[in-house]
Design a protein around this ligand. Structure first.
Ligand SMILES: Cc1cc2nc3c(=O)[nH]c(=O)nc-3n(C[C@H](O)[C@H](O)[C@H](O)COP(=O)(O)O)c2cc1C
Length: 139
């Protein structure tokens, strides 16, 4: 069964300049092996990640990510069945907080700061649907 899981977390003091690269490298390696795809967004000290794939595989990845000291305060924002994948071939795309993306963050946010913790599941889906065209793959 194909599912998507969307969660938010906050960067911790453990997060250094090389960590994003390291996270994307691990994601590319591990997610590809188990057929998980998705996108990771970082803005305002908040991670927002959408993982999609087999339910068991998505659960496995999420539980591994939870143990990572580089972030804290995780909250699942949406967990639903999907018919098709949104991020098709991306093991993990990075949505960077570049200027043009900021406008899109604000478009889907109730506050002037990007705060996914407040976003509803349908708003999150609309956000990622729009972001899919702006994903930058770093590896
Ligand atoms: C916000 C965030 C998102 C992450 N996303 C993934 C992911 O999608 N897939 C993954 O395998 N690891 C991800 N990681 C890294 C894992 O927590 C962990 O470090 C990694 O899976 C270890 O794998 P390795 O030993 O093969 O490097 C993420 C970490 C953070 C902080």
């Amino acid at each position: 069964m194909l599912v998507q899981l969307t969660y938010a977390s906050k960067t911790s003091g453990m997060l250094g300049p090389f960590d994003i690269k390291d996270i994307l490298n691990s994601s590319a390696r591990n997610n590809q092996r188990i057929g998980v795809t998705g996108a990771l967004c970082l803005s305002n000290g908040i991670f927002l990640q959408q993982l999609e794939g087999d339910r068991e595989a998505v659960n496995t990845v999420y539980h591994r990510i939870l143990k990572d000291p580089r972030h804290k305060d995780p909250a699942i924002l949406d967990f639903s069945e999907i018919v098709v994948r949104q991020f098709g071939t991306w093991s993990m795309g990075l949505i960077a907080a570049v200027q043009e993306n900021r406008q899109m963050f604000l478009k889907h946010s109730t506050t002037s700061d990007f705060n996914p913790y407040n976003m509803s599941p349908s708003t999150l889906r609309a956000f990622f649907a729009e972001m899919v065209n702006n994903v930058r793959w770093l590896s």
